[in-house]
Write a protein that binds this ligand. Structure first.
Ligand code: GLA
Length: 466
């Protein structure tokens, strides 16, 4: 039986993380953990309003190869970043660590705050979740390290609790006021399902969702426009929602079920913000009802057309009421619909990132062409396209050390950018640049070991979310 593409990508990514660990630190890791990025079918900016969201895990994810080390330090390297980060576990406080290492550091800090002391460790990261594309690369990094550190230490932390801890890392350590959706998706989603998450009760329901069965596909279009959640607009929307709830005398906007209730708000901006949250919550529940009511194979196309219609409504709401869309997203939605998409909308926090399109299975080519042409006409950087298939949650992967591969010299080759590596044979540090090959400069006797690459082979460990 052939291996599904997402599964294969995840294994390859994990093997690469193990290779990086081997090259950077010497020796093999104790294990490799991988956490996916996420997409969201419906429910945007509803999570921090105690509302509903409907995300799914992507095939793309972040792998962390991790090994114990003596002392209370985390040492990190990444195939996507230069250099190495050293983090003193007993000296963690918000603001002390910046850049990408703040995410794993924040996880260790939040775990300690929850009473879980993690051990010193070496961590090698490799990710194929594009950064800034609105696909939760940061949650994937947090969840991969959180799961790795707790499982390595044998700490009994359930996946829902881990999601809350990873969110706290992002909110309080990194300083991004995000909701609980991304970490929950990364840790709780199941392949072939959407995750219906009630962000008030944190109750979850797995909703079967296999677009291919209805002759449809999900296409993610990375508009390449970038925006950081730390930029202030995200926090401003959150503050506006909280203010609207206060003025309406409810604990959160989730308490409203009728959009007409928002008419009581005198401020037109707050009224629009609240209306988006109320209507988007309704759209989440409508999608679930559509998928729950089994129309039989003949009626499935109609169900997906209805979901497409809701996606279009959601985009209008995000553009007009929540005012977080951006020109590339609007043009993408318009071009995709004109080329036959059933529905499309901007996804994520807003002002940059990706568009999610629901497309007839044979319509992906025309949609890609139409969107690419539109970008060309505007003179924008060409968009990227990713097939989005609802995939599995974070987990540990089984890896087996297979020894060195045959070759004639001690030689380390990588296609990723790494600023410092060690010879896998003799541990000599050296420098490589993008797409270059590296030869061990010391040529010690051990370096004559025939070697052209690490040989880690992975097999899915099974394992389900606790
Ligand atoms: C970002 C945040 C999430 C959520 C979305 C918008 O991805 O991290 O918590 O608020 O934006 O739905």
């Amino acid at each position: 039986m052939s291996e599904p593409a997402g599964e294969r990508d995840s294994r390859v990514r994990s093997e690469k993380a193990a290779e990086l660990f081997e090259a950077w630190f010497g020796g093999g890791p104790d294990g490799v953990w991988r956490a996916p990025g996420r997409a969201n079918l419906m429910g945007e900016h509803t999570d921090y309003n105690d509302g509903f969201v409907l995300p799914f895990a992507l095939g793309q994810g972040t792998a962390a190869a991790v090994g114990r080390r003596a002392g209370r330090t985390l040492t990190l390297c990444s195939a996507q970043e230069d250099g190495e980060a050293e983090i003193a576990l007993d000296d963690l406080a918000p603001g002390r660590v910046t850049g990408w290492a703040a995410y794993p550091a924040g996880v260790a800090w939040a775990l300690a705050g929850a009473g879980y002391q993690v051990p010193g460790a070496r961590i090698a990261i490799d990710s194929d979740v594009p950064v800034g594309a609105g696909l939760s690369s940061s949650a994937a990094l947090e969840c991969a390290t959180a799961l790795a550190l707790t499982e390595l230490a044998g700490l009994p932390v359930s996946h829902p609790e881990l999601a809350a801890i990873a969110r706290r890392a992002e909110n309080e350590f990194v300083g991004v006021p995000s909701g609980i959706m991304d970490q929950s998706a990364s840790l709780l989603c199941q392949a072939g399902h959407l995750l219906l998450l009630d962000c008030r009760s944190l109750e979850t329901t797995q909703v079967p969702f296999v677009p291919a069965a209805a002759g449809a596909r999900l296409l993610l279009i990375d508009t390449r426009a970038r925006h950081e959640l730390t930029d202030g607009e995200y926090g401003q929307r959150r503050a506006e929602c909280e203010q609207a709830a206060r003025l309406l005398g409810v604990p959160s906007l989730r308490s409203l079920t009728d959009p007409a209730e928002t008419d009581q708000l005198a401020d037109p901006v707050l009224r629009r913000r609240a209306r988006h949250v109320v209507t988007d919550n309704q759209r989440v529940l409508e999608v679930v009802t559509l998928l729950d009511s089994d129309p039989g194979p003949a009626g499935l196309a109609g169900t997906y057309r209805d979901i497409g219609r809701l996606l279009i409504q959601a985009h209008h709401s995000l553009r007009e009421d929540f005012e977080i869309s951006w020109p590339e997203a609007d043009a993408t939605v318009e071009a995709a619909l004109a080329a036959g998409a059933l529905g499309a909308r901007m996804m994520g926090g807003g002002f940059g990132g990706s568009v999610l399109a629901l497309v007839p299975a044979d319509g992906c080519g025309p949609v890609r062409e139409a969107v690419t042409e539109t970008f060309g006409q505007h003179g924008w950087t060409a968009p990227d396209f990713l097939d989005a298939e609802p995939s599995d949650h974070a987990r540990r992967l089984a890896l087996q050390w297979m020894g060195f591969e045959g070759g004639t010299q001690c030689r380390y080759e990588r296609k990723s950018r790494i600023s410092r590596v060690r010879s896998p044979s003799c541990g000599t540090p050296s420098t490589v640049s993008l797409r270059s090959a590296w030869t061990c400069p010391r040529r010690r006797p051990r370096c004559s070991t025939p070697w052209t690459g690490c040989r880690w082979k992975s097999a899915p460990a099974g394992g389900s979310a606790r």
